[in-house]
Design a protein around this ligand. Structure first.
Ligand code: EPU
Length: 416
């Protein structure tokens, strides 16, 4: 199995190009199931999770052609209604085919994703929403089975602003009869991107980016060409890396409007963050000031940046508290950071970080995607050579991560 080796102590400088957003590309590729004919998607990141959704779309009967960062999908041959356990267990986001399959084939059988390292992650809001649109939902043998004679617009309040739940219901509602109002929805930039795609396809989605979406159903949608937005979490990871190493990095194509909470916290930590015409520049300086953070749905501080920001706080001056309110178990990286000399204690959903002088390299284990990224960041400032195992987690969501870090002057390499 591959390992990533990071030699600590280098200052990062230069420019790094952000790839297309994984979490925008996944629902957008799933939405291609809503139309007949070839869709062309540009700026799709080359990642394991993207390969997995490609396999799933093919399994369902779609044709998928990949050429670098361009993916074409034609779902004219959509015929299969089942998303099998083998694909869903590889990637929970496979559940994103539930909405499109129900809308197109009036039937879907999708393996229940189950929990993962970061939490139980139920999909009750996806299912209740589909029921309110007129579907029947049954659970049987580990699969959720959805059937609908016809989908009809409804007024749906989500108990929690779930990202993929909002996306599933948006896609289903586009082909439902009449008007659907979705309340307390997710407001992430990826939701806005999906709404842009659906509208480009001829759908009628209003309110994306606000807590209420109004979707007027249409008879059919058309294939389109569409470009994936830049990945704000990848961008944020490089921004923290710059602050952490007293670096000076231009994160190209990072969108300031997508990253306001992080920008604000980085500035409080003492970094200089400048919006430039083609991205965001971060200049770090020590001492790093300690800052408290609480993860929240967008526009709050993203849970997907919590582990990386925690690394910044490990060598800050003083004490910081990071509260995780989205996932109940998203502190798995803490024990690995402690092995590297960090002083962190956990109390319920909060981590208390007391800044230490330095971290020291150690062999560590990647446990989930963002936790893995945090271990690379820790390796950048640790004394010695950090060896990260189980890096397949990183490959699910960060494109060419070692090349991008190396280009900035870091000593990060992969050992096969
Ligand atoms: N939740 C429910 N019921 C539901 C759905 C969600 O209780 O029906 C709860 C979850 O258990 C969790 C909270 O609501 O406590 C938020 O979960 P959400 O559904 O928003 O998460 P998701 O849609 O499964 C997406 C991203 C995650 C990201 C979260 C939160 C994709 C493909 N995944 O997951 O990304 O952490 O939103 O922003 O968009 C990652 O990229 O590393 C990643 C985990």
């Amino acid at each position: 199995m591959d390992r990533i080796i990071v030699e600590g102590g280098r200052t990062l400088s230069g420019e790094v190009q952000v790839s297309g957003a994984k979490n925008a590309a996944l629902p957008i590729l799933a939405a291609s199931l809503l139309v007949d004919g070839w869709n062309t998607f540009y700026n799709v990141p080359e990642l394991q999770d993207i390969n997995t959704i490609g396999l799933l779309l093919e399994h369902l009967g779609a044709k998928v052609e990949k050429d670098g960062h361009t993916i074409k999908v034609d779902a004219s041959g959509l015929c299969e209604t089942e998303a099998p356990y083998d694909l869903v267990r590889r990637m929970r986001a496979s559940v994103l085919v539930l909405g499109p399959l129900t809308a197109r084939l009036k039937k879907a059988r999708v393996s229940l994703p189950g929990g993962c390292a970061i939490g139980a992650r139920p999909i009750d809001q996806h299912l209740r929403g589909l029921e309110m649109l007129g579907a029947t939902v049954e659970l049987s043998h580990g699969y959720v089975e959805v059937q609908a004679e016809k989908l009809r617009g409804a007024d749906i309040y989500l108990d929690t602003p779930t990202v993929t739940g909002t996306e599933n219901l948006m896609m289903a509602a586009c082909l439902a009869e009449g008007v659907t109002i979705l309340r307390n929805v997710a407001r992430e930039p990826e939701i806005v991107a999906l709404a842009d795609l659906l509208n480009r396809m001829g759908g009628k989605v209003e309110g994306a980016g606000s807590p209420v979406l109004t979707i007027t159903g249409v008879e059919a949608l058309n294939p389109v060409e569409f470009s994936i937005i830049p990945d704000r979490i990848e961008a944020g990871t490089f921004m923290v890396a710059a602050a952490l190493t007293e670096g000076n990095v231009l994160v190209k194509d990072a969108v300031p409007a997508h990253l306001q909470a992080l920008i604000s916290k980085l500035r409080l930590a003492g970094a200089t963050v400048t919006e430039e015409h083609n991205g965001i520049r971060v200049q770090g300086k020590r001492p790093i000031c300690s800052v408290d953070v609480k993860t929240l749905p967008h526009p709050g501080f993203p849970t997907d940046m919590q582990a990386q920001f925690m690394v910044l706080m490990t060598t800050a001056k003083g004490l910081s508290v990071i509260a995780e309110t989205i996932f109940e178990n998203r502190f798995i990286h803490v024990s690995e950071l402690v092995r590297m000399g960090a002083n962190i204690s956990i109390s319920q959903n909060s981590a208390v970080i007391r800044g230490v002088k330095h971290l020291s390299a150690a062999p560590v284990m990647a446990t989930d995607l963002r936790a893995s990224a945090s271990l690379i960041l820790a390796g950048l400032i640790a004394q010695g050579s950090t060896e990260i195992h189980r890096v397949y987690h990183i490959d699910r969501g960060y494109e060419s991560i070692e090349q991008k870090f190396s280009q900035l002057g870091a000593a990060v390499r992969r050992v096969k």
